[in-house]
Design a protein around this ligand. Structure first.
Ligand SMILES: Nc1ncnc2c1ncn2[C@@H]1O[C@H](COP(=O)(O)OP(=O)(O)OP(=O)(O)O)[C@@H](O)[C@H]1O
Ligand SMILES: [Mg+2]
Length: 136
């Protein structure tokens, strides 16, 4: 991965594209199959949240800027309504829309690092990272 790859998200179809792109970048970086599957599942959840709550946004794939450590960063960004209470949104089972409420806490479990920056009315940025353990 040279610098970054951006996948615009506005429909269910784009979620599939983001998953596939994430899998193929993860493979290229040296992740094993099982980890590629975890990463793809996390990408699904944050992409689906973009479509459901913000309408549209973008998934950005980057090599994390953390010295010698190698891995994959997945940034889900939208300019939607934002999340008024992040702690609440991160609770397992909390949904503002009769969802299962497992998307965000699930994505956090699947990845190594997980961070949300959001303000009501000002969009949402979810940054997730998976580190390579089998450094070659
Ligand atoms: N990009 C976003 N913009 C605005 N609100 C969001 C966004 N992502 C999540 N939320 C808020 O956080 C809550 C929890 O999200 P989470 O993905 O965990 O559950 P859900 O989407 O409600 O249900 P599930 O993902 O299990 O179908 C959502 O109900 C919504 O209120
Ligand atoms: Mg969700």
């Amino acid at each position: 991965m040279l610098s970054e790859t951006r996948v615009p998200i506005a429909s269910a179809f784009d979620i599939v594209t983001a998953r596939q792109q994430g899998r193929s970048l993860a493979k290229e970086l040296g992740f094993e199959n099982a980890e590629m599957t975890l990463i793809a599942a996390a990408i699904s959840e944050v992409s689906r949240n973009i479509v459901e709550y913000a309408g549209h946004g973008v998934i950005i794939f980057q090599p994390p800027n953390n010295g010698a450590r190698r891995g994959l960063s997945v940034i889900a960004q939208d300019k939607g309504p934002g999340i008024p209470d992040i702690a609440k949104a991160m609770q397992y089972g909390y949904s503002s829309r009769r969802g299962l409420g497992v998307g965000l806490p699930g994505a956090k479990l699947l990845m190594d690092d997980f961070d949300i920056v959001s303000k009501a009315g000002d969009g949402t940025t979810v940054t997730m990272k998976k580190w390579l353990h089998n450094a070659k």
